[in-house]
Design a protein around this ligand. Structure first.
Ligand SMILES: N[C@@H](CCC(=O)N[C@@H](CS)C(=O)NCC(=O)O)C(=O)O
Length: 323
């Protein structure tokens, strides 16, 4: 694990000394936009863009879900990095990078910007035409895939309808801070008080979401939206990884009356299960973060049955009707 400093790879762990033991996620740097109408330098075109992802990473996973639900598999190609992220950061297995032929993801970053300084993260949206990174912020990539490629994908599905947008943004901000990033704040904290604070905030938020999902099938407007998918990628990793590896062990998702069925409901939406890879998920976390788990042993459990009935039909419309 490391980062680029003036275009040179340096192997070092997150610096929590500067923040009193707290994990603080750095700002993402590539923030350009693909546009349907060519109003930005990056016009949406089939076959032009490429996505670098890790199947382990919850942020990259969100973009893969939108790609699948919007039927963009043939429009947007994908490279999957190796689940292990060690001293060279993310690595591309032999033959995985059909676009740039690179071995390390940091080489893709320096191809885009030779003096780049910062972390080398997934997902990355690459433009074959101009040979650069358009964007490496999953929240923004999700929005682009939801709307800008509608000429080539499932235009009938809108995961962020205008009338729900303000509420989606509000829920996203809460879920991001307390849950998506909350598990990392607990897991990467290097002092007891920062861990305790992140832990308490996380479980208070999960309790709150569980109450909210007692009466509605989905988080916003009782339609299946981006807000649900952003929560889903953390929930699906929770019991197999965050409970043990990140010490988020007050409760499992399986113990929650409503979140447990909600997780299965989302998992069973056609196209979604194919984006979930528990082998990559477990191997990445347990075997990459050797300062948390020095032996790199990957636990065999728990047993999960996300195909079991979820019983949430009575609370709202089926996912297809939510379009
Ligand atoms: N803000 C970014 C965060 C992405 C992110 O942190 N990805 C992790 C994997 S889960 C990563 O690549 N970490 C490598 C590192 O921090 O060096 C996004 O949502 O796209």
């Amino acid at each position: 694990m490391g980062l680029l400093i003036d275009g040179r790879w340096t192997d070092q762990w997150y610096d929590t000394a500067a923040t009193g033991g707290a994990f603080v996620r750095p700002e993402t740097q590539f923030r350009d936009r693909v546009s349907a109408d060519g109003s930005t330098p990056y016009r949406a075109e089939p076959g032009r863009y490429h996505l670098y992802v890790s199947l382990a990473c919850p942020w990259a996973h969100r973009t893969l879900i939108v790609r699948a639900l919007k039927g963009l598999e043939d429009v947007l190609s994908v490279s999957v990095v190796d689940p292990l992220m060690r001293e060279n950061g993310w690595e591309l297995p032999e033959g995985a990078d059909a676009v740039n032929g690179k071995r390390f993801l940091h080489e893709v970053y320096t191809k885009a910007r030779s003096d780049y300084s910062g972390r080398v993260t997934v997902p990355v949206l690459w433009d074959r035409r101009t040979g650069t990174i358009v964007n490496n912020e999953s929240a923004e990539i999700m929005r682009m895939l939801n709307r800008e490629f509608d000429a080539y994908g499932n235009a009938a599905l809108d995961l962020c309808p205008e009338d729900l947008r303000a509420e989606i943004d509000r829920v996203n901000a809460f879920v991001y801070d307390r849950v998506n990033n909350g598990v990392y704040k607990a897991g990467f904290a290097t002092t007891q008080d920062k861990y305790d604070a992140a832990f308490d905030a996380l479980f208070a938020a999960l309790d709150d979401l569980d109450r909210r999902l007692a009466t509605t099938r989905y988080l916003v407007g009782n339609r299946l939206t981006e807000a649900d998918w952003r929560l889903f990628t953390t929930l699906v990793r929770f019991d197999p990884v965050y409970v043990g590896h990140f010490k988020c062990n007050l409760r499992r998702i399986a113990d929650y009356a409503n979140l447990s069925g909600y997780l299965r409901d989302l998992y069973q939406v056609p196209g979604v299960a194919g984006t979930v890879d528990f082998d990559h998920i477990k191997r990445h976390y347990y075997a990459s973060h050797t300062m948390i788990n020095p032996t790199a042993i990957v636990p065999k459990g728990p047993t999960l049955d996300l195909d079991a009935p979820h019983g949430r039909e009575r609370l709202g419309p089926a996912p297809g009707a939510a379009a």
